[in-house]
Design a protein around this ligand. Structure first.
Ligand SMILES: C[S@@+](CC[C@H](N)C(=O)[O-])C[C@H]1O[C@@H](n2cnc3c(N)ncnc32)[C@H](O)[C@@H]1O
Length: 284
């Protein structure tokens, strides 16, 4: 990467930066993100007190500053999320999948929110578990654990805190769930109640790296993140997720995502609420 003038990325620098980002996070930037990248990197140039955008790119190229690399990846991720996003996965979980896992007496029941962003996905799952347990006392007697992971340290920290402003609270929560599962802090923020938080934990994890330390799961939510990756990476991630799914385990993907054409480890299952993917018997 060469020094740039006037804090604008040359095409050559843009290509080099795209390469860095894909290596570090799997995220493939399109040709049309030039402006977005320039403005986000200019902000980091100031934050890290580099003399110019070129100096920041040079430091990235040398690869010695882990903190800088992390912040750059952090700045380039899209953390868009909401409570009970798309509704149907959570209805399917409550009405179709949890009853089946309860009949199979799965214990412990482990669920992975694999790109958990600021935590809404993992906490929505925990609220569904709570509602299912209230409606079916004793049906899930064992331990339930929800593990949220994300590459971005800042969103993982927010998820762990479990504290949300009015704007985030307005996205996807019914008034009943809001009053039942949150405490009003009286300062325009709301905290997830301890009984919902208790079965969750959050940790940083890059999906390009090993999943071995996470253990095995009965359900994986990997929603709205595969869209950013190349075909090769989609295959790699889907195959490695199958390896940590228990037999008969379920994979939830985003509305525009599918394993079809990338991995043979899953079969599509249709429930009344919509489509989900199940690990095949021979899916390793
Ligand atoms: C659009 S959000 C989706 C959040 C949530 N799953 C949902 O559907 O609402 C995508 C998340 O993927 C994370 N992400 C991007 N690349 C990643 C990687 N290589 N490993 C882990 N997480 C990644 C981002 O930091 C971001 O929080």
């Amino acid at each position: 990467m060469q020094a740039v003038t006037k804090n604008v990325l040359s095409s050559q620098d843009y290509d080099a930066f795209r390469h860095f980002l894909e290596e570090a996070s799997g995220i493939v930037l399109g040709d049309n993100k030039h402006y977005l990248v320039t403005s986000r990197l200019n902000r980091l140039t100031e934050e890290f007190r580099f003399e110019s955008l070129g100096a920041l790119l040079e430091a990235l190229r040398q690869g010695r500053d882990r903190k800088l690399q992390e912040r750059v990846v952090d700045a380039m991720t899209t953390n868009e999320t909401s409570w009970f996003r798309d509704t149907y996965p959570y209805e399917m979980l409550k009405n179709s999948i949890l009853p089946e896992l309860a009949r199979r007496k799965v214990n412990p029941l482990r669920i992975w929110s694999a790109a958990s962003s600021t935590g809404q996905e993992a906490y929505s799952i925990s609220m569904v578990i709570h509602e299912f347990q209230q409606a079916n006392p004793g049906a899930l007697p064992g331990r339930v654990e929800i593990v949220g992971t994300d590459i971005s340290a800042s969103v993982v920290a927010q998820a762990r805190q479990g504290r949300y402003d009015d704007l985030s609270m307005a996205r996807g929560l019914t008034p009943e769930r809001k009053s039942r599962f949150f405490t009003d802090n009286g300062d325009g923020s709301w905290s997830v109640k301890p009984e919902i938080k208790a079965r969750t934990r959050f940790t940083e994890l890059n999906l390009l790296k090993s999943y071995a330390l996470l253990g095995r799961f009965d359900i994986i939510f990997c929603r709205n993140v595969l869209i950013y990756f190349s075909s090769e990476l989609k295959t790699d991630i889907l195959d490695r997720m199958a390896q940590v799914l228990n037999p008969g385990g379920y994979l939830f993907l985003g509305g525009s995502e599918t394993p079809s054409g990338y991995s043979r480890a899953y079969e599509m299952v249709r429930f009344p609420e919509g489509v989900v993917y199940r690990k095949k018997d021979n899916g390793r």
